[in-house]
Design a protein around this ligand. Structure first.
Ligand code: DGY
Length: 433
């Protein structure tokens, strides 16, 4: 079974690989290079074609802006199967954007640091991978410097996101209350996603109006971060985003220590790290829920819901052992019933939960991968195995889908894009660990 699944996964990744040296998340629905997708994809590729893994990350980092920013989509090619494309995002409006690539002016969770460390762990030829990492790592460091310089508005070690697409959890019910504070125009545009995927599994038209409105504000201000911090109606501290940054800080510390001669950078990373972990535990822990939550910087209030992002701090060693125990207990009580696959993306007990709709409930393989290693960090090894077994079972039963229904016994429980790259890539890692 294992060999067959791995070879199917490799097939998916090979089919999605593009001549420009990057891998699309899936055909039709996502025809360009996405930042956090690329990171997870490179982890899978490192097992069977290390040169592709190296190219994947090098291509992404080649699209970095002068200020260290890395965009969420790099538009390497023209495609009319996706909306909103390069002509909507207009990265050229920013004076510091890449002159070589068109991109969006928003980013995605900073996974690249820990991805480099994973590639080093997986690579058989360590010396070769070490040389590659040395050639790329400063770009990732510059990206972290960008975040701390431009996005930590309260100087508390936590960086903001200004758009739901920056979170990676695009239409999470977390944002519902923020949409209530806005009243965007009814834009006229032609959706492409719902020609590839059933509309019941995707965000609504009205949600898209909000998404576009925030982009318009950022564009009017030429993607200037200070202006965005002042004017964006959406300004959030996201636990997943910050946990990825913290885990990547640690990866950079580990890799620079191996490389040597980088004491200044290590000292700076350690400073960021100490401050971020402290700020995270102080600001994003919700005592009543027993979980980490999002924080709305506009209303200056926590957004008190439990999502799969609430558990991602385990991956970055953010909670104390005591707090981790509370967090995992919350997860098992709400998400962990025997009738469910781990781990739904939104609290199944909430009336906002929808088991079919993108980030409003379905299980995502990348979040399960983050959870698997997070649980292992705290020696919850049996539970980690369950998360892995659930992930493998979902893919084996239903295929390499983008997301899945968490309710056991559901027919055709695979949703969104088919032959989805990170589901394939992370399955390869699961089956090797
Ligand atoms: C989409 O178009 O839904 C993408 O996920 C945005 O990143």
């Amino acid at each position: 079974m294992k060999e067959r699944l791995i070879s199917q996964a490799i097939n998916v990744l090979e089919e999605n690989f593009q001549p420009g040296g990057f891998t699309i998340p899936c055909k039709g629905l996502y025809p360009f290079q996405w930042k956090w997708d690329s990171g997870f994809i490179a982890i899978g590729q490192a097992y069977y074609d290390v040169s592709k893994a190296k190219q994947e990350i090098a291509t992404l980092l080649d699209a970095q802006w002068d200020n260290g920013f890395i965009p969420h989509i790099v538009f390497h090619n023209e495609s009319d199967t996706y909306f909103p494309g390069a002509d909507v995002h207009r990265s050229d409006l920013s004076p510091v954007s890449s002159k070589k690539y068109k991109s969006t002016g928003m980013t995605q969770p900073p996974v690249t640091g820990f991805v480099l460390e994973e590639m080093y762990r997986i690579a058989k030829d360590k010396e070769d991978m070490f040389g590659y990492i040395k050639s790329q790592i400063d770009k990732v460091y510059d990206n972290h410097k960008y975040f701390y310089k431009n996005r930590d508005v309260n100087d508390e070690g936590l960086v903001f996101i200004y758009h739901n697409w920056e979170s990676g959890t695009d239409n999470s019910p977390i944002w519902d209350d923020i949409w209530e504070t806005m009243n965007p125009p009814e834009y006229t545009f032609e959706r492409r996603d719902t020609t590839h995927v059933d509309a019941s599994q995707r965000p609504s038209k009205r949600e898209y109006d909000h998404y576009l409105y925030i982009i318009e504000i950022a564009k009017e201000n030429n993607y200037n971060d200070a202006k965005i911090a002042e004017l964006s109606p959406f300004l959030v501290l996201d636990p997943l985003f910050n946990a990825m940054l913290i885990r990547s800080n640690q990866a950079l510390i580990n890799l620079y220590t191996l490389i040597g001669d980088n004491d200044d950078k290590i000292a700076q990373l350690v400073k960021w790290q100490v401050k971020s972990i402290k700020g995270f535990n102080k600001k994003l822990w919700d005592k009543n829920l027993g979980a980490y939550v999002h924080y709305d910087l506009r209303s200056d209030e926590p957004i008190s819901f439990v999502t799969s992002s609430s558990f991602s701090p385990l991956f970055a060693n953010i909670p104390s052992k005591e707090r981790a125990d509370i967090l995992i207990n919350t997860m098992m009580t709400k998400f962990g019933g025997e009738d469910k696959y781990l781990c739904a993306s939104f609290d199944p007990e909430s009336d906002r939960f929808d088991p079919k709709k993108y980030w409003r409930g379905p299980v995502w393989i990348n979040m399960n991968w983050i959870l698997f290693y997070g649980l292992k960090n705290y020696d919850y090894n049996n539970l980690a195995e369950r998360v892995k077994d659930d992930s493998v079972e979902l893919i084996e039963k239903f295929g390499f889908y983008e997301y899945f229904n968490c309710k056991k016994g559901t027919e055709d429980a695979g949703y969104g894009g088919g032959n989805f790259s990170w589901s394939a890539a992370l399955l390869i890692d699961f089956l090797n660990n």
